[in-house]
Design a protein around this ligand. Structure first.
Ligand code: DGY
Length: 330
């Protein structure tokens, strides 16, 4: 509820768990309008909206024009690349997101991809399912070790650090990271001191057996992982993307796979999602594709919805939620 007891209007544009919907309904008028199901109902709800909550919807300036009362957008995601940051800043609309609650789950997903690509899990499981396990497998189907190999992380925020913990502490992997902002390991991740080392980009690419991209999408990172980077990776490296698809030039990734310079790729994110049927990445024999499931567990998706609901309630009450994204300095 607003400080003066006023009930405001909230538009829920993606499914919310029932308990979180009930929290919103207790304090405000709630319109559930998912534009994937009914674009007209969503458009019709915008003029009254003081708050929006949801995920996976590209919000543009025209939508904001239709929502003159909007005070806050609460995204059920940590990534904010679906939102027009400068427009939100200009209109003084708060943007909240869900950092922190998904770190461990996304790190698990990245490890699924490391293991699946190296041990050929999907391919060999399919061999059994298709009735082709007729003799002991030979060398041509052997995988490669993960433990003890060098992991290079592009991006070293909370999720990158959770991946580094798994790698260094669980799998005995030396970890290199490349990050825009310096990370004070003594404060942020003391358990990684002496185990994760900051490296220049070229050194990281040349030394890493696994290059893992955990980059947010911004003007600075769009298309950053390109042919030049693939060429500087260690021959036979594995590339994993758990950040945002558009940080990678997919045509260059395919060329690196086809030339054999990259051994495999594990991808949870793509330039276009859902992945188009005609994408060469979909059936590529050395690609393990996932349908953007980084944070998709029951526990974590609920925690994200809960945090997003709290953010929205706080913002509509005139407070500044701790998980407000700084639209002025992305
Ligand atoms: C996020 O929160 O941005 C993730 O990509 C969702 O899985």
């Amino acid at each position: 509820m607003a400080p003066n007891g006023e009930r405001k209007t909230v538009v829920v544009f993606r499914e919310l768990p029932a308990d979180q919907l009930a929290r919103l309904q207790q304090a405000h008028e709630v319109i559930v309008a998912d534009p994937r199901r009914d674009a007209q109902a969503f458009r019709a709800a915008l003029p009254a909206a003081h708050g929006l909550i949801g995920s996976s919807l590209r919000i543009d300036a025209a939508m904001l024009d239709s929502a003159p009362r909007l005070e806050v957008i609460s995204s059920i995601s940590v990534g904010v690349d679906n939102y027009p940051l400068a427009e939100l800043q200009r209109r003084s609309i708060l943007l909240c997101h869900t950092p922190g609650v998904l770190d461990e789950t996304v790190a698990d997903t990245v490890f699924v991809l490391l293991m699946a690509t190296s041990r050929r899990v999907v391919e060999l499981s399919n061999l059994v399912r298709q009735g082709n396990w007729t003799k002991n497998i030979g060398e041509e189907l052997f995988g490669f070790d993960v433990h003890g190999k060098t992991l290079g992380l592009l991006g070293f925020g909370r999720i990158g650090q959770a991946i580094a913990r798994r790698a260094a502490l669980g799998f005995g992997m030396p970890v290199l990271y490349h990050a825009r902002r310096p990370v004070d390991l003594a404060v942020q991740a003391p358990e990684l001191q002496g185990r994760a080392v900051r490296a220049e980009l070229d050194e990281l690419l040349a030394r890493s057996d696994f290059v893992v991209a955990m980059l947010p999408l911004s003007d600075a990172t769009r298309g950053m992982v390109d042919a030049g980077m693939f060429a500087r990776m260690k021959p036979g490296a594995v590339f994993i993307n758990g950040g945002r698809g558009a940080t990678v030039r997919e045509a260059d990734l395919l060329a690196a796979l086809d030339s054999g310079s990259l051994r495999a790729a594990g991808l949870d994110v793509f330039e276009t999602e859902p992945l188009p049927m005609d994408s060469a990445l979909r059936l590529h024999p050395r690609v393990t594709p996932l349908p953007h499931i980084g944070s998709a567990t029951h526990e974590t998706r609920h925690a994200m919805a809960e945090l997003a609901t709290t953010n929205l309630l706080q913002a509509l009450a005139g407070e500044r939620p701790a998980a407000t994204f700084d639209t002025a300095a992305p």
